[in-house]
Structures are given as structure tokens and as C-alpha cells.
Design a protein around this ligand. Structure first.
Ligand SMILES: C[S@@+](CC[C@H](N)C(=O)[O-])C[C@H]1O[C@@H](n2cnc3c(N)ncnc32)[C@H](O)[C@@H]1O
Length: 326
């Protein structure tokens, strides 16, 4: 494993994790070399007609181009089989810094050149991946968790596609799912939570008006999973208290879910801010808000109740209908 030009994360907050930023210097070829123009062009093309690959690709088919692979939450065992094969065959792996467990890199990428994306902008990353791909090297872009959740993946993919390099997604286990496994609960639970919100609190990216944490908590039957908010747990809880939410609502903070140094703090809207401050965590945790945290008061589902025993010819015994009935 060769780490080239490695950068350590430059911030103690969650705001910059996995972000590629942008600046004006460029080695991009198309549209005067500005990634924003490439992104705009891809966006308007998508608005007119959907990518044919959406309909042509079948499960199991090999895909052409640079895969954007979800590394999962940390435990190398939670990487998908497809992701592991791609990493084993890779010549260059561009990874999302400290949120990708080094054990996973050691296990799957010891033969590959490694580049840490933290602190690098699109103008650096896109030509780096493009040139390696065009030189015939197997390139993998490795994101933490699932690239589709706060991954800033699509902008890199659009810029690469605009340069003529095909790309595709390989999903991963998002950290909220690792957190729910740690808590030994479900994020959806009959009579407790019918919905899950993946969200983030206001900050550099989100204005106060775009912060919907309080709205989700106010719905009552939503499990709210906060990403990118470890540094702001106290402020977020204060806002929930100001908005009149029940101070006893359960909240869990799962630091480094599925890592060897995983830590779990369980409290309430009223207490969790002080608990997290005492623990000293400023990044790399998921905050789960709602009654699903303790799973108190859930009811058995229809799936394994009377419903399951209706006659064989019943529509209810159709596997898909049963699964929907959970
Ligand atoms: C830029 S987002 C990336 C999320 C990632 N794509 C995912 O699906 O989990 C970074 C945030 O994800 C959360 N996160 C990522 N990995 C985590 C882990 N193993 N345990 C807890 N939180 C994690 C933290 O909230 C962190 O601030």
C-alpha cells in the first residue's frame, strides 16, 4: 500500500469530511476547465433525457468506468463483495480520508496507490482520476458509508463523465444503519417509527431555514438520523428544546459506528449535549433521535401476526405484500 500525497483532515468539525470543495485553477480539458460548467452541462442533459445506462444495466453486469464505491461505516466486513473485488483489482484508490478505516485499506488495497481526497478540490481530483483511467489503470473512488448519502460523489462523477470518463455507483452500508445495529434496534418500528430521516443540522452548507431537524422530530413517528452534526449536538438540542419538543425524547450518539473504538452515548434531548461535550467528540458520529433508540413500546408487526396466517390464496400471502405489511 503506497500512500501518495496524503493529507490529514484539516478540521475538527464534521463540516468538511468527504467534501471536495472547488477552486479556480484547473487541468480539466472541457468547457474551459471549470467543474461547475461540467456539472451544469451534465445536469441540463439529465433534465432533458435520462441516462440510457439506467435502463440498460442489469444486476451482475460488468460496468465500464470508474466505480464510486461505498466503503461502509468502517468495519472491513461491512464492505460489499463487489466493492472488495474492485478494490483488490485497483491500481489507484482515491479514498475519503479518516472516515475510511485504515484496516480496510490494508486488507484490500495493499498493492494499490492510495490518495487521500481530504483537502483536495475537484480541479485536482478529476484530472488525477481521469489521467490514471486513460493510462489504463484500474481506478476506484472510495467513499465512506454509502456514496449517495452526503458523499459529494455526483459532482465528481459529472465532471469525469464530462471529460469522457464513464463512472458508476457501488452502494455501501451507510453509518446510520451501522448505528442502528449497534443500538440493537430498528430505525422503523411498528407503532414507534414509520419513517426515517437522513438529515444534517444548519451550518456552513445549510441555512437556518433549510434545517428541518425540528420538523422531523415534531412529526413524532420519525427516527431522525443526523449526519455531519457531532460538533453541534448541544446547539441542535437547544433548538429542539426552544421549539417545545419533549426533553425526555431519547437520543443516541454513536461515534465511529462499527470501528474498534466505537462509543455509544445514550441520553435525551435534555441531556445529550452535555454528555457529548464531556466525551469530547466533535466529528465522526451519527446522532439518532426518537423512540426507536430505546425501542420502548413497539407492537408486533402484521407480517408475523394473524395476517401471516390468512389462506394460501389470499393476496396477503404474496411475498411482496407481506414484506410491505411489516
Ligand atoms: C460526509 S458524511 C459521509 C456519510 C457517509 N457517506 C455515510 O453514508 O455514512 C460524514 C458523516 O457521516 C457520519 N459517519 C460516517 N461514518 C461514520 C461512522 N462509522 N460512525 C458514525 N458516524 C459516521 C458522521 O456523521 C460524519 O460526520
Amino acid at each position: 500500500m503506497r500512500e501518495s500525497n496524503a493529507n490529514e483532515p484539516t478540521t475538527g468539525t464534521d463540516e468538511r469530511e468527504d467534501s471536495v470543495g472547488s477552486r479556480s485553477a484547473t487541468a480539466l480539458r472541457s468547457d474551459g476547465g471549470h467543474p461547475q460548467e461540467a456539472i451544469d452541462a451534465q445536469g441540463s442533459r439529465r433534465g432533458e433525457t435520462l441516462d440510457a445506462r439506467i435502463f440498460e444495466h442489469n444486476a451482475g453486469d460488468d460496468q465500464e468506468g470508474i466505480p464510486f464505491v461505498g466503503a461502509g461505516p468502517g468495519d472491513p466486513g461491512l464492505l460489499t463483495v463487489t466493492g472488495s473485488k474492485l478494490l483488490e483489482d485497483a491500481d489507484l484508490v482515491v479514498h475519503a480520508g479518516s472516515l475510511v478505516n485504515s484496516e480496510l485499506l490494508e486488507e484490500y488495497c495493499d498493492h494499490a496507490e492510495l490518495v487521500n481526497s481530504v483537502g483536495k478540490d475537484l480541479e485536482t481530483l478529476v484530472p488525477l482520476m481521469r489521467d490514471a483511467y486513460e493510462d489504463g489503470r484500474a481506478v476506484v473512488r472510495l467513499h465512506s458509508g454509502d456514496p449517495a448519502i452526503y458523499g459529494a460523489a455526483l459532482e465528481q462523477m459529472d465532471a469525469l463523465e464530462h471529460e469522457g470518463v464513464p463512472t458508476y455507483f457501488v452502494p455501501g452500508v451507510t453509518s446510520a444503519f451501522a448505528a442502528s445495529a449497534t443500538l440493537r434496534t430498528q430505525l422503523t418500528l411498528n407503532e414507534v417509527s414509520n419513517h426515517v430521516a437522513f438529515t444534517r443540522p444548519q451550518g456552513k452548507t445549510l441555512t437556518e431555514a433549510d434545517d428541518h431537524v425540528s420538523d422531523f422530530v415534531g412529526m413524532g413517528d420519525v427516527t431522525t438520523c443526523l449526519y455531519l452534526g457531532t460538533h453541534a449536538v448541544s446547539e441542535t438540542m437547544d433548538r429542539l428544546l426552544d421549539d417545545g419538543h419533549d426533553p425526555e425524547t431519547p437520543v443516541a450518539v454513536i461515534y465511529h459506528a462499527s470501528w474498534p473504538d466505537e462509543d455509544v452515548i445514550v441520553g435525551t434531548i435534555d441531556t445529550i449535549g452535555a454528555q457529548v461535550e464531556e466525551a469530547g467528540y466533535r466529528a465522526s458520529a451519527v446522532v439518532v433521535i426518537g423512540d426507536a433508540v430505546t425501542a420502548r413500546g413497539y407492537e408486533r408487526s402484521y407480517l408475523y401476526g394473524d395476517w401471516a396466517n390468512r389462506g394460501d390464496s389470499s393476496e396477503a400471502n404474496d411475498a411482496e405484500t407481506q414484506a410491505d405489511g411489516d
